[in-house]
Design a protein around this ligand. Structure first.
Ligand code: GLV
Ligand code: GLV
Length: 321
Protein backbone atom coordinates (compact mmCIF):
# COMPACT_ATOMS: atom_id res chain seq x y z
CA UNK A 1 0.00 0.00 0.00
CA UNK A 2 1.32 3.43 -0.94
CA UNK A 3 1.01 6.46 1.31
CA UNK A 4 -2.49 7.90 1.47
CA UNK A 5 -3.03 10.53 -1.18
CA UNK A 6 -4.32 14.02 -0.43
CA UNK A 7 -5.63 16.32 -3.16
CA UNK A 8 -5.78 20.10 -2.76
CA UNK A 9 -8.20 21.65 -5.25
CA UNK A 10 -6.34 24.97 -5.54
CA UNK A 11 -3.07 26.65 -4.64
CA UNK A 12 -3.22 27.56 -0.93
CA UNK A 13 -0.66 29.09 1.45
CA UNK A 14 2.26 26.65 2.01
CA UNK A 15 1.57 25.08 5.46
CA UNK A 16 -1.07 22.59 4.26
CA UNK A 17 1.17 20.94 1.70
CA UNK A 18 4.34 21.19 3.82
CA UNK A 19 2.76 19.65 6.90
CA UNK A 20 1.04 16.82 5.07
CA UNK A 21 4.19 15.91 3.15
CA UNK A 22 6.20 15.97 6.37
CA UNK A 23 3.63 13.62 7.90
CA UNK A 24 4.28 11.16 5.07
CA UNK A 25 1.30 11.73 2.79
CA UNK A 26 1.42 12.03 -0.97
CA UNK A 27 0.08 15.49 -1.76
CA UNK A 28 -1.20 16.66 -5.12
CA UNK A 29 -2.29 20.22 -5.80
CA UNK A 30 -4.38 21.39 -8.73
CA UNK A 31 -1.93 24.17 -9.48
CA UNK A 32 -4.20 27.08 -10.24
CA UNK A 33 -5.77 30.07 -8.54
CA UNK A 34 -9.21 29.82 -10.15
CA UNK A 35 -11.67 27.00 -9.49
CA UNK A 36 -10.77 23.89 -11.47
CA UNK A 37 -13.45 22.92 -13.96
CA UNK A 38 -15.77 20.20 -12.72
CA UNK A 39 -14.39 17.63 -15.19
CA UNK A 40 -10.81 18.37 -14.13
CA UNK A 41 -11.70 18.05 -10.47
CA UNK A 42 -13.57 14.77 -10.94
CA UNK A 43 -10.72 13.35 -13.02
CA UNK A 44 -8.23 13.96 -10.22
CA UNK A 45 -10.09 12.12 -7.45
CA UNK A 46 -9.01 8.54 -8.10
CA UNK A 47 -7.48 7.00 -4.96
CA UNK A 48 -7.74 10.24 -2.98
CA UNK A 49 -8.13 9.65 0.79
CA UNK A 50 -8.09 13.30 1.86
CA UNK A 51 -9.62 16.12 -0.14
CA UNK A 52 -8.96 19.79 0.68
CA UNK A 53 -11.75 21.82 -0.91
CA UNK A 54 -12.55 25.51 -1.36
CA UNK A 55 -16.03 27.00 -0.86
CA UNK A 56 -16.47 27.06 -4.65
CA UNK A 57 -16.21 23.27 -4.98
CA UNK A 58 -19.51 21.45 -4.83
CA UNK A 59 -19.04 18.27 -2.81
CA UNK A 60 -22.08 16.23 -3.78
CA UNK A 61 -23.01 12.63 -4.50
CA UNK A 62 -21.47 12.81 -7.97
CA UNK A 63 -18.14 13.92 -6.54
CA UNK A 64 -18.22 11.37 -3.74
CA UNK A 65 -18.92 8.61 -6.27
CA UNK A 66 -16.10 9.80 -8.49
CA UNK A 67 -13.79 9.61 -5.48
CA UNK A 68 -14.97 6.18 -4.40
CA UNK A 69 -14.39 4.35 -1.12
CA UNK A 70 -10.80 5.55 -0.60
CA UNK A 71 -12.07 9.02 0.40
CA UNK A 72 -12.19 9.47 4.18
CA UNK A 73 -12.09 13.21 4.79
CA UNK A 74 -13.15 16.44 3.09
CA UNK A 75 -11.43 19.38 4.76
CA UNK A 76 -13.08 22.60 3.64
CA UNK A 77 -10.76 25.61 3.48
CA UNK A 78 -13.60 27.80 4.86
CA UNK A 79 -15.86 28.05 7.87
CA UNK A 80 -19.03 27.74 5.80
CA UNK A 81 -19.87 24.24 4.56
CA UNK A 82 -22.93 25.00 2.43
CA UNK A 83 -20.94 23.75 -0.60
CA UNK A 84 -20.90 20.25 0.92
CA UNK A 85 -23.69 17.68 1.01
CA UNK A 86 -23.13 16.76 4.65
CA UNK A 87 -25.74 13.98 4.68
CA UNK A 88 -24.17 12.29 1.65
CA UNK A 89 -20.74 12.47 3.32
CA UNK A 90 -22.14 11.06 6.55
CA UNK A 91 -23.79 8.14 4.73
CA UNK A 92 -20.49 7.21 3.15
CA UNK A 93 -18.47 7.62 6.34
CA UNK A 94 -16.57 10.62 4.93
CA UNK A 95 -15.65 13.09 7.68
CA UNK A 96 -16.09 16.81 6.98
CA UNK A 97 -14.07 19.54 8.68
CA UNK A 98 -13.93 23.34 8.42
CA UNK A 99 -11.82 26.29 9.63
CA UNK A 100 -13.77 28.14 12.35
CA UNK A 101 -12.44 30.79 14.78
CA UNK A 102 -9.23 31.70 12.92
CA UNK A 103 -11.17 33.77 10.41
CA UNK A 104 -13.65 35.37 12.81
CA UNK A 105 -11.66 38.58 13.36
CA UNK A 106 -10.64 38.99 9.74
CA UNK A 107 -14.24 38.60 8.59
CA UNK A 108 -15.56 40.95 11.27
CA UNK A 109 -12.95 43.52 10.21
CA UNK A 110 -14.10 43.24 6.62
CA UNK A 111 -17.74 43.69 7.63
CA UNK A 112 -16.64 46.92 9.30
CA UNK A 113 -14.69 47.96 6.21
CA UNK A 114 -17.97 47.66 4.30
CA UNK A 115 -20.04 49.39 6.99
CA UNK A 116 -17.71 52.38 7.00
CA UNK A 117 -17.35 52.44 3.22
CA UNK A 118 -21.08 52.46 2.60
CA UNK A 119 -22.00 54.72 5.53
CA UNK A 120 -19.44 57.36 4.57
CA UNK A 121 -19.52 56.81 0.79
CA UNK A 122 -15.82 56.07 0.62
CA UNK A 123 -15.85 54.44 -2.80
CA UNK A 124 -17.97 57.17 -4.38
CA UNK A 125 -15.59 59.72 -2.88
CA UNK A 126 -12.56 57.91 -4.22
CA UNK A 127 -14.13 57.86 -7.68
CA UNK A 128 -14.84 61.58 -7.52
CA UNK A 129 -11.20 62.36 -6.79
CA UNK A 130 -9.77 59.75 -9.12
CA UNK A 131 -11.82 60.84 -12.13
CA UNK A 132 -10.62 64.40 -11.80
CA UNK A 133 -14.19 65.68 -11.41
CA UNK A 134 -13.82 66.92 -7.83
CA UNK A 135 -13.98 70.71 -7.64
CA UNK A 136 -13.31 71.04 -3.90
CA UNK A 137 -14.96 70.80 -0.48
CA UNK A 138 -18.68 71.45 -0.48
CA UNK A 139 -21.17 71.53 2.37
CA UNK A 140 -23.61 69.11 0.74
CA UNK A 141 -21.12 66.78 -0.91
CA UNK A 142 -21.52 63.01 -0.42
CA UNK A 143 -23.29 63.23 2.91
CA UNK A 144 -23.56 59.89 4.65
CA UNK A 145 -24.68 58.15 7.81
CA UNK A 146 -23.19 59.10 11.16
CA UNK A 147 -22.51 55.89 13.07
CA UNK A 148 -22.37 57.39 16.57
CA UNK A 149 -25.74 56.82 18.22
CA UNK A 150 -27.01 54.80 15.27
CA UNK A 151 -28.46 51.30 15.63
CA UNK A 152 -26.50 48.30 14.46
CA UNK A 153 -28.67 45.26 13.73
CA UNK A 154 -26.87 41.94 13.69
CA UNK A 155 -28.69 39.03 12.08
CA UNK A 156 -26.99 35.86 13.30
CA UNK A 157 -24.97 36.34 16.48
CA UNK A 158 -22.53 33.45 16.15
CA UNK A 159 -18.79 33.93 16.32
CA UNK A 160 -18.55 36.45 13.50
CA UNK A 161 -21.73 38.32 14.41
CA UNK A 162 -20.44 38.62 17.96
CA UNK A 163 -17.06 39.95 16.81
CA UNK A 164 -18.82 42.53 14.63
CA UNK A 165 -20.94 43.58 17.62
CA UNK A 166 -17.94 43.94 19.93
CA UNK A 167 -16.23 46.22 17.42
CA UNK A 168 -19.25 48.55 17.39
CA UNK A 169 -18.29 49.92 20.80
CA UNK A 170 -15.54 51.92 19.17
CA UNK A 171 -18.27 53.74 17.25
CA UNK A 172 -20.78 54.24 20.06
CA UNK A 173 -23.62 52.39 18.38
CA UNK A 174 -26.70 50.76 19.91
CA UNK A 175 -26.74 47.06 19.18
CA UNK A 176 -29.73 44.80 18.54
CA UNK A 177 -29.36 41.21 17.45
CA UNK A 178 -31.45 38.39 16.08
CA UNK A 179 -30.53 34.85 17.02
CA UNK A 180 -32.22 31.70 18.22
CA UNK A 181 -30.10 31.90 21.34
CA UNK A 182 -29.33 34.57 23.82
CA UNK A 183 -25.81 35.99 23.37
CA UNK A 184 -24.46 36.83 26.82
CA UNK A 185 -21.22 38.30 25.45
CA UNK A 186 -23.06 40.87 23.34
CA UNK A 187 -25.58 41.62 26.08
CA UNK A 188 -22.99 42.07 28.81
CA UNK A 189 -20.19 43.72 26.88
CA UNK A 190 -22.06 46.04 24.55
CA UNK A 191 -25.51 46.19 26.11
CA UNK A 192 -27.03 44.49 23.09
CA UNK A 193 -30.65 43.41 23.13
CA UNK A 194 -32.14 40.36 21.43
CA UNK A 195 -35.11 41.07 19.18
CA UNK A 196 -37.15 39.43 16.43
CA UNK A 197 -36.19 40.24 12.85
CA UNK A 198 -39.54 41.98 12.26
CA UNK A 199 -38.83 44.32 15.21
CA UNK A 200 -35.30 44.99 14.03
CA UNK A 201 -36.02 45.89 10.41
CA UNK A 202 -37.83 49.22 10.99
CA UNK A 203 -35.23 50.51 13.47
CA UNK A 204 -31.84 49.35 12.14
CA UNK A 205 -29.56 51.97 10.61
CA UNK A 206 -27.00 49.33 9.66
CA UNK A 207 -28.18 45.75 9.12
CA UNK A 208 -25.38 43.18 8.92
CA UNK A 209 -25.88 39.50 8.08
CA UNK A 210 -23.93 36.71 9.77
CA UNK A 211 -25.99 33.58 9.22
CA UNK A 212 -24.72 30.36 7.72
CA UNK A 213 -26.48 29.43 4.48
CA UNK A 214 -29.15 26.80 5.11
CA UNK A 215 -32.60 26.24 3.59
CA UNK A 216 -33.98 28.38 6.44
CA UNK A 217 -31.66 31.33 5.81
CA UNK A 218 -32.21 31.54 2.04
CA UNK A 219 -33.79 34.92 1.18
CA UNK A 220 -34.17 35.91 4.83
CA UNK A 221 -33.87 39.39 3.29
CA UNK A 222 -36.44 39.41 0.50
CA UNK A 223 -38.73 42.12 -0.88
CA UNK A 224 -40.98 42.37 2.23
CA UNK A 225 -38.03 42.62 4.62
CA UNK A 226 -36.24 45.18 2.44
CA UNK A 227 -39.45 47.21 2.31
CA UNK A 228 -39.58 47.21 6.12
CA UNK A 229 -36.13 48.85 6.41
CA UNK A 230 -35.72 52.60 6.82
CA UNK A 231 -34.95 54.53 3.63
CA UNK A 232 -31.72 55.63 5.32
CA UNK A 233 -30.64 52.08 6.26
CA UNK A 234 -27.68 50.24 4.83
CA UNK A 235 -27.40 46.49 4.35
CA UNK A 236 -24.13 44.58 4.70
CA UNK A 237 -23.61 40.96 3.61
CA UNK A 238 -20.36 39.17 4.37
CA UNK A 239 -22.05 35.80 5.03
CA UNK A 240 -23.47 34.03 1.98
CA UNK A 241 -25.10 35.57 -1.08
CA UNK A 242 -28.36 33.63 -1.20
CA UNK A 243 -29.40 35.01 2.21
CA UNK A 244 -30.45 38.11 0.25
CA UNK A 245 -32.86 38.10 -2.68
CA UNK A 246 -30.61 40.22 -4.89
CA UNK A 247 -33.25 40.94 -7.52
CA UNK A 248 -35.37 42.45 -4.75
CA UNK A 249 -32.31 44.27 -3.41
CA UNK A 250 -31.56 45.91 -6.77
CA UNK A 251 -35.19 47.03 -6.96
CA UNK A 252 -35.10 48.36 -3.39
CA UNK A 253 -31.91 50.33 -4.05
CA UNK A 254 -33.27 51.76 -7.30
CA UNK A 255 -36.47 52.88 -5.58
CA UNK A 256 -34.54 54.42 -2.69
CA UNK A 257 -36.19 51.99 -0.28
CA UNK A 258 -32.81 51.68 1.41
CA UNK A 259 -29.77 53.98 1.20
CA UNK A 260 -27.00 51.59 0.29
CA UNK A 261 -25.44 48.16 0.52
CA UNK A 262 -22.04 46.59 0.99
CA UNK A 263 -21.54 43.07 -0.30
CA UNK A 264 -18.67 40.60 -0.10
CA UNK A 265 -20.73 37.61 -1.25
CA UNK A 266 -23.32 37.18 -4.00
CA UNK A 267 -26.39 35.14 -4.68
CA UNK A 268 -24.92 33.73 -7.91
CA UNK A 269 -21.26 34.12 -7.02
CA UNK A 270 -19.10 35.07 -8.86
CA UNK A 271 -21.81 36.34 -11.22
CA UNK A 272 -23.53 39.57 -10.28
CA UNK A 273 -27.29 40.08 -10.38
CA UNK A 274 -28.06 42.43 -13.31
CA UNK A 275 -28.28 46.04 -12.18
CA UNK A 276 -26.16 45.68 -9.05
CA UNK A 277 -22.95 46.84 -10.69
CA UNK A 278 -24.52 50.01 -12.06
CA UNK A 279 -25.69 51.27 -8.66
CA UNK A 280 -23.43 53.97 -7.18
CA UNK A 281 -24.57 53.35 -3.60
CA UNK A 282 -23.23 49.82 -3.32
CA UNK A 283 -19.73 48.67 -2.45
CA UNK A 284 -18.85 45.33 -4.00
CA UNK A 285 -15.96 43.19 -2.77
CA UNK A 286 -14.78 39.86 -4.21
CA UNK A 287 -15.41 37.55 -1.20
CA UNK A 288 -12.46 38.75 0.87
CA UNK A 289 -13.77 38.00 4.39
CA UNK A 290 -10.93 35.72 5.47
CA UNK A 291 -8.38 37.21 3.07
CA UNK A 292 -5.81 38.41 5.60
CA UNK A 293 -2.35 36.88 5.24
CA UNK A 294 -2.13 35.54 8.80
CA UNK A 295 -5.67 34.14 8.66
CA UNK A 296 -5.14 32.24 5.43
CA UNK A 297 -1.88 30.87 6.84
CA UNK A 298 -3.78 29.53 9.88
CA UNK A 299 -6.55 28.11 7.68
CA UNK A 300 -3.89 26.24 5.71
CA UNK A 301 -2.43 24.78 8.91
CA UNK A 302 -5.90 23.79 10.08
CA UNK A 303 -6.92 21.88 6.96
CA UNK A 304 -3.66 19.93 7.22
CA UNK A 305 -4.25 19.05 10.88
CA UNK A 306 -7.81 17.98 10.14
CA UNK A 307 -6.84 15.75 7.21
CA UNK A 308 -3.96 14.30 9.12
CA UNK A 309 -6.04 13.46 12.17
CA UNK A 310 -8.69 11.59 10.18
CA UNK A 311 -6.18 9.71 8.04
CA UNK A 312 -4.23 8.71 11.16
CA UNK A 313 -7.42 7.44 12.80
CA UNK A 314 -7.86 10.30 15.28
CA UNK A 315 -10.77 12.68 15.88
CA UNK A 316 -10.18 15.84 13.78
CA UNK A 317 -9.90 19.17 15.65
CA UNK A 318 -12.69 20.84 13.63
CA UNK A 319 -15.35 18.29 12.75
CA UNK A 320 -18.59 19.42 11.08
CA UNK A 321 -21.48 17.31 12.27
C1 GLV B 1 -15.69 32.04 3.66
O1 GLV B 1 -16.67 32.53 3.19
C2 GLV B 1 -15.74 30.96 4.60
O2 GLV B 1 -16.80 30.36 4.80
O3 GLV B 1 -14.69 30.65 5.15
C1 GLV C 1 -18.95 31.51 11.99
O1 GLV C 1 -17.76 31.43 12.30
C2 GLV C 1 -19.93 32.07 12.90
O2 GLV C 1 -20.34 31.34 13.80
O3 GLV C 1 -20.27 33.25 12.76
Amino acid sequence: MGKPKVLVTRRVPPPAVERLKRAGFTVEVIEQDNPPGRAVLLSRLGGVAGLITMLSERVDIELLEAAGPALRVVANFAVGTDNIDLAACRERGVRVTNTPDVLTDATADLAWALILSVARRVVEGDALVRTGTWTGWAPLQLLGLQLTGATLGIVGAGRIGTAVGLRSQGFGMNVLYVDEQRNAVLEERVGARRVQLRELLPVADVLTLHLPLTPASRHVLGAPQLAALKPTAILINTARGPIVDETALVAALRKGQIAGAGFDVYEHEPRLTPGLMELPNVVLLPHLGSAATATRQRMSEMVAENVRAVLEGREPPNPVK
